[in-house]
Structures are given as structure tokens and as C-alpha cells.
Design a protein. Structure first.
Length: 424
């Protein structure tokens, strides 16, 4: 005999109640069509189990990530793939390689000095317990997020330089595969946005204005084509999770007040970044399942997921208000529109320029910021403990600079990981 946990919430499920009085009179002269034709809207209240309530909570928080980061990712995923084709590494000569290597070496030295300054400021704040120290620590965390962003861009630029010089540019097959995949993702993003608007938002009388992606799945809803339909349904759903991860990275590259970036790189992804992205996927997964159940009701009919998300979770008290008025859907569309406008004006991450571009704006900006901070500190004489500048920096000698430029940049990942050990 099991023990049933107490129910933490209830869900009023809307139903249609029909009145059937005519059939009770055996000698009544009525038409068949007139029997049980009158109905009224009513509610069937049922108590949700504890596990269902926990799923509703996960869906609620997952929707926040899906709406914000998924909306950004719907624009960022195809845009970055197309830009990776446009800015692909091309063959360069020895002179260009030497110039770029020297510039990267100077930028790496500037980032190394910046990491030392961040460690010094972090050590000073570790001894303070006041409210002002908390605010300065928050500012320091934002600066560390910018530092990680600059390290990431520096590593990307170094990889492009290596491919351009020693591999004579990127493999054309890989470049055109990125272009084709970017076009496919762009079409898929447009299809998702049109589907959300036409099938889920615009639904007069509860009837969708247009079936959109349901028409595609209906073509494969046959015994012989059923595996292909399942594969398409899985690809459409998993694409939203890819957009969430990409949108989170894109958001972290531009804004630094929430968390730092956690990029995924082939054979060079730290364990912390893997765990962060896995947690992001796990949090957003219930919301993605609920969105697909709501968006593909005909295809996913009579399934356990449909009964859980479309019937129980959707109509729970408090949570049901957000689904009734499509709050998360409007938020997703708003984030997608804002991301489209913003990324159209600034498509590349700050400083992410190809080697064939004129100059290296971000690398020059890093050097100017480092030189300006050092000059400002020397002029003001504030020295240690000043938060208006980076503090006193040890400037390299001419011999050190010449050696750095001839040897190339040190591994930027070593700089970032060394700083991350003491700054969190």
C-alpha cells in the first residue's frame, strides 16, 4: 500500500458540458441531430500530483530561458554560420602573417598584465566585508567577464591566423557546408516564427489561422514514412535547444552583468563550460517539450506528453495565466525581433574580424585600453587601490617586446585559466 503525497496545487480543466434530455422521453418526436446539441462551458477541477507540480515549476523557469535566449538564438545561429563563411580564413603571405603575429603578441601581453591586475584587485576585495566591497566585487566580476570575452576573441583570431598561414586557408568544403547550414537554419528560424504567430498566437475561437509546420509533419504521418516524420519532429525540437545555447553565448558576449561566457570549442572546452551548457539545456528542455506539444497538437495527440503539458500543466493555477495570455510566446517573439534589429546593426561580436579585414579593431582597442589605463594611472599617481584605473602595470622592456613579437602570442587559454583560478 503506497503513500500518496499531498497535492500542492489544482488545475481547473475547461470542458464542454452537453445536456441530453430529449432521449429520456421514449415517445418524443425528435430528430437525431437535435439530441445533445446544447452545451455550456464548465470546468473539471482536479488536484495535481507533486511530480506534476514540479514539472510545472521547471516549465515556468525553462520558459524564461527559452523565450530570452531562444529568441536571440533564432537570429544568432544562422547569422553566425553565414558570417563564418564570409569571414573564413584565407591564405596570407609571410609579411601579413608576421604583422598579425606581432599584433596578437602585443594583445596577449596586454591581456596578461590585465589578468595580473584583476588578481591583485580580487585579493584586495577578499579582505573587505562592507557593502561598498560587494558593489566593487560585482564590478570586478563584470570586468572579468569582459576579460574572458577578450581572451575568447584572441584565441579565435589566433586560430584563424594559424589556419590562414599553415593550412592555406579553410577547407572550401567546410566553408560552403557552413553557408548551406546557415541558410537551412535561417529558413528553419523563419518557419518557427511564422508557426508561432500563425498557429499559436493568432487563433480566433481556439482555431489556428494556419497549420504551418503541421502540414509538413502531416505528410509523413503514414506507416511507411513515420520514421522520417519522427526525425523531422526531433530536428525541429532540438533546434530550439541549439538556439538557447547559442543565444546565451551571444548575450554573454555583449552584456556582462549576469554571467560570463561559456563557449563550446572542439577539443578545447573546459569542464565548467560543459556543465554550464548542459544545465542550460536541462532547464530549457521542459519548456521546449511544452512548446512542441502546443505547437504540434495534431501530430502529438493522444500521447502522455500531450496529456501532461497540454492538459495539466497548461491549466494550473498561477502558471496557467502565463499560458492563457501567451506571455512567454510574446516575450519570445519580442526577443527575436530585438535580436534581429540589434544583430543587423552589429552582426559581429565586438572585435571579431577576419584576417583579411583592414586592421584588427578589437585587438587595437585592447592595446589602447591597456596603454591608456597605464598612462592614466601614472598621471594620477593613485597607484594601488584605485578603482578608476587598472592600477600600476609593469611595462615590458624593449627586449621583452621584441622577443614577444618574434615568438608570437602565448596561449591565451593559459592566461584565462590562470586568472580563473583566483577570480570567480
Amino acid at each position: 500500500m503506497g503513500i500518496t503525497p499531498p497535492s500542492p496545487g489544482a488545475a481547473p480543466l475547461p470542458v464542454q458540458k452537453y445536456t441530453c434530455d430529449a432521449w429520456e422521453a421514449g415517445d418524443a418526436d425528435v430528430q437525431v441531430a437535435d439530441i445533445c446539441f446544447a452545451s455550456i462551458v464548465s470546468e473539471a477541477k482536479f488536484k495535481a500530483d507533486l511530480q506534476v507540480y514540479l514539472v510545472a515549476i521547471l516549465c515556468f523557469f525553462g520558459w524564461l530561458f527559452l523565450a530570452v535566449f531562444g529568441g536571440i538564438g533564432l537570429t544568432a545561429v544562422p547569422l553566425d554560420l553565414i558570417l563564418s563563411f564570409v569571414d573564413r580564413p584565407r591564405p596570407i603571405d609571410e609579411k601579413t602573417y608576421t604583422q598579425q603575429k606581432q599584433l596578437l603578441g602585443r594583445a596577449a601581453q596586454a591581456m596578461l598584465r590585465q589578468s595580473e591586475e584583476l588578481q591583485r584587485l580580487d585579493g584586495e576585495l577578499a579582505e573587505e566585508k562592507s557593502w561598498g566591497a560587494r558593489w566593487r566585487r560585482r564590478t570586478l566580476n563584470q570586468e572579468f567577464s569582459k576579460f574572458k570575452r577578450d581572451i575568447y576573441l584572441l584565441e579565435e583570431e589566433f586560430d584563424r591566423l594559424r589556419v590562414s598561414k599553415f593550412e592555406r586557408g579553410e577547407n572550401p568544403a567546410v566553408s560552403f557546408a557552413k553557408l548551406v547550414l546557415g541558410i537551412i537554419c535561417a529558413l528553419l528560424s523563419i518557419a518557427w516564427l511564422v508557426h508561432i504567430v500563425s498557429y499559436m498566437v493568432i487563433a480566433p475561437g481556439g482555431r489556428p489561422a494556419f497549420l504551418c509546420l503541421n502540414l509538413l509533419l502531416a505528410l509523413f504521418d503514414h506507416p511507411g514514412l513515420y520514421p522520417a516524420g519522427v526525425a523531422i519532429f526531433a530536428a525541429i525540437s532540438l533546434y530550439l535547444l541549439v538556439c538557447v545555447v547559442k543565444g546565451c553565448l551571444k548575450f554573454g558576449m555583449r552584456f556582462f552583468f549576469i554571467f560570463s561566457i561559456h563557449p563550446m570549442r572542439f577539443k578545447a572546452t573546459p569542464l565548467s563550460s560543459i556543465l554550464f551548457n548542459v544545465e542550460m539545456v536541462l532547464i530549457a528542455s521542459p519548456a521546449v517539450v511544452q512548446l512542441t506539444m502546443q505547437g504540434f497538437r495534431d501530430y502529438a495527440r493522444l500521447t502522455d506528453a500531450d496529456a501532461l503539458f497540454a492538459a495539466q500543466v497548461r491549466y494550473m493555477k498561477f502558471f496557467g495565466l502565463f499560458y492563457k495570455y501567451s506571455v512567454f510566446l510574446y516575450l519570445l517573439l519580442a526577443c527575436a525581433l530585438l535580436a534581429l534589429i540589434y544583430l543587423s546593426l552589429r552582426p559581429r561580436d565586438r572585435g571579431e574580424v577576419g584576417l583579411a579585414k583592414k586592421g584588427a579593431d578589437r585587438l587595437e582597442a585592447i592595446l589602447k585600453r591597456d596603454e591608456g589605463a597605464a598612462a592614466g594611472t601614472a598621471k594620477s599617481g593613485e597607484g594601488k587601490g584605485s578603482w578608476s584605473h587598472w592600477g600600476t602595470r609593469k611595462q615590458p622592456t624593449d627586449a621583452e617586446t621584441e622577443a614577444t613579437q618574434s615568438a608570437g602570442p602565448p596561449p591565451a587559454s593559459v592566461i584565462a585559466r590562470g586568472s580563473a583560478d583566483s577570480i570567480v
